[in-house]
Design a protein around this ligand. Structure first.
Ligand SMILES: Nc1nc2c(c(=O)[nH]1)N[C@H]1C(S)=C(S)[C@@H](COP(=O)(O)OP(=O)(O)OC[C@H]3O[C@@H](n4cnc5c(N)ncnc54)[C@H](O)[C@@H]3O)O[C@H]1N2
Ligand code: MOO
Length: 402
């Protein structure tokens, strides 16, 4: 048996960041930013009003108060979006709306509520407050200076990040290419989701599990198929994938990697390993025509764990992201057994109590790697060192969430 670290090192050995591409901001959600993004503009472009009210010259309204309002003639109006810059002479004011550019002659905005009549029809308008210098004016460049760093390279573009990018005057972003993943579930026993099962059959949940996990990690699924155990079937399916017009960056196979007499992955030219982990012991990895191929063990919980431990870091490296997974300390609220000699990845449910993370196994039916029905409850995995034989109530465990 080899350690998880040894197998991970094998998997990551040839992995490198994919090429970059430029995409419209609309298509960048979830992509990884390839270069630092600096603001293309000063934002806001113009000094603009933070309130609906009147643009005034402060010199005209010194000492204004509710008891001694100052009357100004209304000589115009600017609404948001107006490119207009009306002249404001002594004793004059301009109606201004939130977001509208402040006329060059004004040096303060008085909100409508601070006028004696609080009525847009009032003319003259009676200003009932002496505004502070630049009151309610958002200066140009208040949000972003031209050239200011907005987003650092290597982040995944969230909705908020995209809003900042658009605010920075950018219409396109340089992003890392999405890893293209091909998935082939192997086994004669596999049936379509929802299909009635004949004796010996099982629904293929693995190919969808891998596809959805890969998409969650920023990948795009270019092929999802199944291959039976007959000699040549998997080979033919792999060939089809490799010869398709869109070549994948990786192929993920599930099932057929262990010691069975019909395990088809074992006939491929991959490197096979028994990894000291549970679940996920039998693993295969290699390159076929230069394309990385993962052979994950067929049990659904083994697939979920193998993806977290090997495929997810690989996808991270392809996207220029840190492959290390942050872990947290947690307290076990329930006891469970764990195999000595293999690092256990126990699906867990988690709960924070007074800031302390508490976990218990997600399955109430043991840690069988076939328990796909319990996978939905898992909120993460407890990672138990190989030398530990049992977790007792109150023990501290390391947990990777999500
Ligand atoms: N003699 C030995 N037998 C087994 C060993 C071993 O070391 N010696 N290892 C066991 C362990 S651990 C695992 S894990 C499994 C891995 O087996 P395979 O990768 O060959 O997987 P299969 O035999 O094809 O399937 C295992 C199990 O999972 C079900 N399955 C397969 N594909 C899917 C799918 N797409 N969706 C849902 N379920 C799937 C399959 O029906 C089997 O029940 O080997 C042990 N045996
Ligand atoms: O290692 Mo297998 O993955 O126990 O279930």
């Amino acid at each position: 048996m080899i350690s998880v670290e040894e197998q991970l090192a094998r998997v990551l050995a040839g992995a490198a960041e994919l090429p970059h591409e430029t995409v419209p901001v609309d298509a960048a959600h979830g992509r990884v930013l390839a270069v630092d993004l600096r603001s293309a503009i000063e934002s806001p472009r113009d000094a603009n009003s933070a309130m609906d009210g009147y643009a005034v010259r402060r010199a005209d309204v010194r000492g204004a108060s509710p008891d001694a309002p100052v009357a100004l003639r209304v000589v115009g109006e600017v609404a948001a979006g107006s490119g207009h810059d009306p002249v404001i002479g002594p004793g004059e004011a301009v109606r201004i709306m939130t977001g509208a550019p402040v006329p060059a002659d004004a040096d303060a905005v008085v909100p409508i509520e601070r006028t004696a009549d609080a009525d847009w029809a009032a003319d003259p308008v009676r200003i009932a407050e002496e505004p502070a210098p630049a009151a309610h004016i958002r200066p140009a460049g208040d949000d972003l200076g031209a050239g200011e760093l907005v987003l650092p390279r290597g982040i995944r573009l969230t909705a908020r990040a995209l809003a900042s990018a658009v605010g920075a005057g950018v219409g396109e972003l340089d992003v890392v290419a999405r890893p293209r993943v091909a998935i082939i579930a192997t086994g004669d026993e596999l049936a379509e989701p929802g299909a009635p099962l004949a004796r010996g059959q099982v629904h293929d949940s693995n190919s969808l599990l891998v596809a959805a996990l890969a998409v969650e990690q920023g990948a795009v699924v270019v092929h999802r198929g199944r291959a039976g155990d007959a000699p040549g079937a998997l080979d033919a399916e792999v060939r089809r994938v490799l010869e398709a017009s869109v070549r994948p960056d990786l192929i993920v196979l599930t099932g057929g990697v262990s010691a069975g007499a019909h395990d088809p992955v074992t006939r491929l030219a991959l490197e096979f390993a028994k990894v000291a982990m549970q679940p996920g012991k039998p693993q295969a990895f290699g390159r076929i025509d230069g394309v990385p191929v993962f052979g994950l063990p067929g049990n659904p919980v083994s697939v979920a764990v193998s993806f977290e431990v090997f495929v997810r870091p690989f996808l991270a490296v392809l996207q220029g992201l840190d492959p290390t997974r942050p872990t947290e300390r947690a307290i076990a609220d329930e006891a469970w057994r764990t195999p000595v000699g293999r690092r256990q990845y126990q699906p867990i449910v988690a709960q924070r109590v007074d800031g302390v993370l508490h976990v218990r196994p997600a399955s109430d039916r043991g840690s069988g790697s076939h328990l796909v029905g319990r996978l939905a409850r898992a909120e993460g995995f407890a990672v138990v060192p190989a030398e530990v034989a049992a977790i007792r109530v109150g023990d501290e465990v390391e947990v990777m969430l999500g």
